[in-house]
Unconditional design. Structure first.
Length: 160
């Protein structure tokens, strides 16, 4: 799952996304992207999802996903989460200082809870849908991505 960062946001200044991502990656802080509708539109090439994963992103909560990009995110081991209809990042007044937890059993299209941890100690529980749409996608995600899944299958077949 995606654990919350227990420390307050150490970055108080604006910086380029890449620089912030590399800072958090060096500190082993998992990242969550909050996005609008049709997240990934125009980004269906697999490198778009690879870049997200290499930046340390472990989950994306969006209003909706472009079909191919969502599949590529799963293939990279990134958990796609979808807000309920009519809800979005603005509904919850997210300002970028929060940390997040994801709770629930990861199964196809499962209801999960995205907990927003605010710096004032408040926690807001947001119902989201797990956008791992099939049992095979769950297996790929749980393995850490499609390459890791293939490696597991290869090693299992070799052991038989």
């Amino acid at each position: 799952m995606v654990p919350a960062n227990e420390q307050e946001n150490p970055l108080k200044e604006e910086m380029f996304t890449y620089d912030a991502a590399m800072h958090y990656k060096s500190e082993h802080v998992p990242l969550v992207v909050l996005a609008g509708d049709d997240y990934g539109m125009g980004s269906s090439r697999d490198w778009a999802a690879k870049g997200v994963r290499l930046a340390g992103v472990e989950a994306i909560a969006a209003e909706g996903f472009e079909r191919i990009h969502r599949t590529n995110l799963v293939g990279m081991g990134v958990l796609p989460l979808q807000f309920k209809a009519g809800e979005n990042r603005k509904t919850y007044s997210i300002d970028g200082t929060e940390t997040f937890d994801v709770a629930g059993d990861i199964t196809p299209l499962a209801p999960l809870t995205l907990t927003i941890n605010r710096t004032n100690g408040e926690q807001v529980e947001v119902p989201v849908t797990c956008r791992l749409d099939t049992a095979d996608e769950v297996l790929v995600y749980e393995a850490g991505g499609v390459l890791q899944r293939f490696a597991q299958d290869f090693l299992d077949a070799k052991a038989s």
